[in-house]
Design a protein around this ligand. Structure first.
Ligand SMILES: [Zn+2]
Ligand SMILES: [Zn+2]
Length: 97
């Protein structure tokens, strides 16, 4: 198994407009802004020398789709071992024309 940075997953992450998904339409998505909290974290080394990245910073992202919908997502870091940062609220829809 190839050692890989945890942040780079194997398949591209799918980001779909929640409104379009509900309507069954397709759209292209643009990332409008991105911000994150600024907590320092250090990776820790678990059994077998495996490095864990338990980063509980929260990333806030705002998206707009080509149909004019706008929404925001918040997510925190996750680790290959299944660790997940805080449980975050659902996608917040800002504009649902
Ligand atoms: Zn949309
Ligand atoms: Zn871990």
């Amino acid at each position: 198994m190839a050692e890989k940075d945890v942040a780079g997953s194997f398949a591209p992450e799918e980001i779909n407009c929640p409104v379009c998904r509900e309507n069954g339409s397709e759209s292209e998505v643009e990332l409008l802004s991105e911000s994150q909290t600024n907590m320092t974290y250090l990776p820790y080394i678990g059994k077998g020398g495996k490095q864990h990245i338990h980063d509980s910073n929260i990333f806030s992202k705002e998206y707009e789709c080509s149909n004019g919908h706008k929404w925001a997502d918040r997510e925190s870091g996750k680790c290959w071992c299944g660790w997940k940062g805080k449980i975050l609220g659902p996608t917040r829809i800002i504009r649902k024309l």
